[in-house]
Design a binder for this molecule. Sequence first.
Ligand code: 5RP
Length: 224
Amino acid sequence: MTQDELKQAVAQAALDYILPKLEKDSIVGIGTGSTANFFIDALAKHKDLFDGAVSSSKASEDRLKDHGISVFDLNSVGTFEFYVDGADETNERLELIKGGGAALTREKIVAACAKEFICIADDSKMVSLLGQFPLPVEVIPMARSFVAREIVKLGGDPVYREGVVTDNGGVILDVHNLRIDSPMELESQINQITGVITSGLFALRPADVLMLGTTNGVTTLKAN
Ligand code: 5RP
């Protein structure tokens, strides 16, 4: 199976998981990236079964609207049942690295509002130790150099993702060579650096359910 076929399989598995629980007034939280796109395309076939979506990026919002799915402002919605999104890395505790698509801040906000965060990924994303994928950190543009110096003190090698401006007007530092033994602690440390908008570590609020696409089918893990 190709990586895209694995992504498509987990997108379908997430849809099968939420479909029986959707009601006419349900709102679905939607992530960003190629796996989330497969989910949006699959969800669109059932758009009459629920009210609409909240989106973690302009890109996903556009795709949802192209399918005729209503997209609501998060402020008008409150909490909702499900958030479905991909990841760049996951460990067995369902702690994640996200932000390869630069949508980390909105992804973290929408995930925070959802009762259940369902992460969908192909099995290349499962690692024993987070950090092989450079950790994205979204930063206020004028604080870029300061934040980079502070991250060096934490042992990382930050690289400015040139040419990328996020939906929030932030810029991204991709932090290489971090050994992430304590994801929750590192997430808190990075969050506290002045000028940081968000880090792509999702450990304080990990996924609740992980659906991992393998050549032998979809494996589902749940947080303890
Ligand atoms: C975007 C993300 C994505 O979920 C992550 O990059 C995975 O993307 P893909 O599904 O294309 O592999 O965090 O900011």
